[in-house]
Design a protein around this ligand. Structure first.
Ligand SMILES: [Zn+2]
Length: 96
């Protein structure tokens, strides 16, 4: 006896209620046959967030942070972009 795990649609990227699955295992919303669809591993999203935060942080270090370290004044746009990037990194739980 196999364990019932519920339905998942890879096209809609969401769980599917059994009432939205037809007799031939198609998702009623999009029509996809979801017999073999499995939800992504729970680590897939945090992993990409970690990579994005790391890349953004590295970008800051190599660009505007370098300018600041060398006493170069940032433009208004650069200051704004740096603040936004720092806030986003903090929201995501910080770099490293
Ligand atoms: Zn679907």
């Amino acid at each position: 006896m196999s364990e019932f795990k519920g339905w998942y649609c890879a096209h809609c990227e969401c769980g599917v209620d059994s009432s939205d699955v037809t007799f031939n295992e198609a998702h009623t919303v999009c029509g996809r046959i979801i017999t073999d669809d499995e939800p992504p591993a729970p680590t897939s999203r945090p992993q990409i967030v970690t990579e994005l935060v790391g890349a953004l942080n590295y970008l800051l270090e190599q660009t505007v942070d370098q300018d600041l370290a060398h006493g170069l004044e940032l433009t208004e746009g650069e200051m704004d972009a740096r603040q936004r990037a720092i806030r986003a990194i903090e929201k995501a739980g910080g770099a490293s």
